[in-house]
Ligand binder design. Sequence first.
Ligand code: ZN
Length: 205
Amino acid sequence: MVLDILKYGHPTLREKGKRIERVTPEIRQLAADMLETMHAAEGVGLAAQQVGQAIMLTVIDVGAAERPSQLFIDGKPQDLKSSMPLVLINPEILHKEGEQIGSEGCLSIPDINADIRRFERVTVHAQKLDGQEIVFECTGFLARAAQHEFDHLNGILFITRMDAATRVSFDGKLKKMERETLAALPKARKPRRSPTPHRAGLASL
Ligand code: ZN
């Protein structure tokens, strides 16, 4: 089932995800729905927060992307296309190195793209849907997607990774989006004060 993707301003996007202790049928169904939603939106990644669930679950698929990536397991290069999609539970970054700067966008913040500085290579530990643990190394666009999604799982949006001048240039657009999102929320979900946490941590990595 294709799910609604929450837009900028929704409070769930700022929530840190809870650790998943057990892979239940509900988690499996949510992962399947997230894959369907991501593909329908032509995205390369989606975090559970973006469909309203603050839990440590993300899906990634860079199989159709033109931007290059590599994936290694135990130091051996893997075929990227047949390794996709990835469903990652409780993921953590064990090691990070290098630097890349490239364009990034977000399904929850439509029509906003900017160059974002990320690590070039990351080593990821996660659980898979079958409960098995996986450790892999990735580079390039896959490493970028993984870092973007792990940020979501911690309630961090890519706009906080923009350099200050770029972030300011999107201020009006973001405020408008936030107002529209909050106006569409049921009353009980509206925060008492307008949240402005994105002002913190500008240009930090
Ligand atoms: Zn995103």
